[in-house]
Design a protein around this ligand. Structure first.
Ligand code: ATR
Length: 289
């Protein structure tokens, strides 16, 4: 019998994860299948019972990364501190929760920075949702200082207060109107999804050239954006601007890929076939857009 894996999300229709994980299982000759499960919240109890009885592991995506914690028997320290689980391992009916999102963003960022130590660098994170929180946690664990800013400042304050206690590196929340620069900029908002009509004349403040030009690296975690005036779903207007200014850019598929790599390791105990997963992600991305 093939082991069952899947992704829990709502909506789940456009998930790229099945293609990535099935390609990895096939390449490593793991007898397993991975499917998308679009589950409404009223059906979550029943679905999680089924997971406990029939699944070997599960990816958890929006909007369930926090609520799913109540169904678990154990949660690892990183996931507990981040307050979100994106990976479940089923050990014979005992469900353990992990978070691989912060590892995914750390890998995406450090592979671009390469040489210099990340200690003491300043990362500016825009947004204060679950993704921003996991990224902030990861960067603080690398010794970077984090300025977190959000349209609704109270949410950035809450993240800064909680994470500041855990690390030696500094985290501060910033006023939305204070556009101080740093070494690395990360857009972790859902701005593009909320604003599909964005034009080159109508860009948000975080795309402003005078703000951007001091940074060395710019990352945008959005990877499934359908902007009417920008045809490439990975090159968001922010990344286009950053590239024009000669900055290094990181598109959202990288974080997605590397968090999946960490999931594969947790589920199989083996190293993941990264290049095969990268190729599957690229092909499935093209097929969907
Ligand atoms: P996720 O868990 O994926 O991070 P989320 O919790 O919905 O998603 O968070 C979305 C983030 O995008 C929030 O920080 C949100 O800001 P608010 O907290 O003020 O709502 C941010 N966001 C969404 N639309 C935005 C916009 N038009 N301008 C600025 N920030 C925006």
């Amino acid at each position: 019998m093939a082991k069952k894996y899947g992704i829990l999300a709502y909506p789940a229709g456009h998930s790229l994860s099945p293609a990535v994980h099935n390609a990895a299982f096939k390449a490593m000759k793991v007898r397993a299948e991975y499917k998308a499960h679009e589950i409404e919240e009223v059906d979550l109890d029943d679905f999680m019972k089924m997971v406990r009885n029939n699944f070997a592991g599960l990816s958890v995506s929006l909007p369930y990364k926090e609520i799913v914690i109540k169904y678990l028997d154990e949660i690892d320290d990183h996931a507990r501190r981040i307050g979100a689980v994106n990976t479940i391992v089923n050990n014979n009916g005992f469900l353990v929760g992990y978070n691989t999102d912060f590892l995914g963003s750390n890998k995406a960022i450090t592979e671009v920075i390469k040489g210099p130590s990340t200690k003491g660098m300043i990362a500016v994170i825009i947004g204060a949702g679950g993704a921003a929180r996991a990224i902030a946690y990861g960067l603080l664990s690398l010794g970077m200082n984090v300025w977190i800013k959000n349209r609704t400042k109270s949410k950035a304050d809450a993240i800064a207060i909680e994470l500041a206690e855990l690390f030696d590196a500094e985290i501060h929340s910033e006023e939305w109107d204070n556009w101080q620069t740093g070494d690395i900029l990360i857009n972790a908002t859902s701005f593009w999804i909320q604003n599909p009509d964005t034009t080159a004349e109508n860009l948000p403040k975080f795309c402003d050239e005078n703000f951007l030009r001091e940074f060395k690296v710019v990352m945008d975690i959005s990877y499934n954006v359908h902007l009417k005036n920008f045809p490439d779903p990975l090159m968001t207007p922010l990344l286009i601007k950053a590239k024009e200014l000669g900055l290094k850019t990181i598109s959202g598929d990288k974080m997605l890929l590397y968090q999946a790599v960490e999931q594969f390791k947790l589920w199989t105990g083996e190293e993941a076939p990264i290049e095969i997963m990268r190729k599957a992600l690229e092909e499935e991305g093209k097929r969907c857009f």
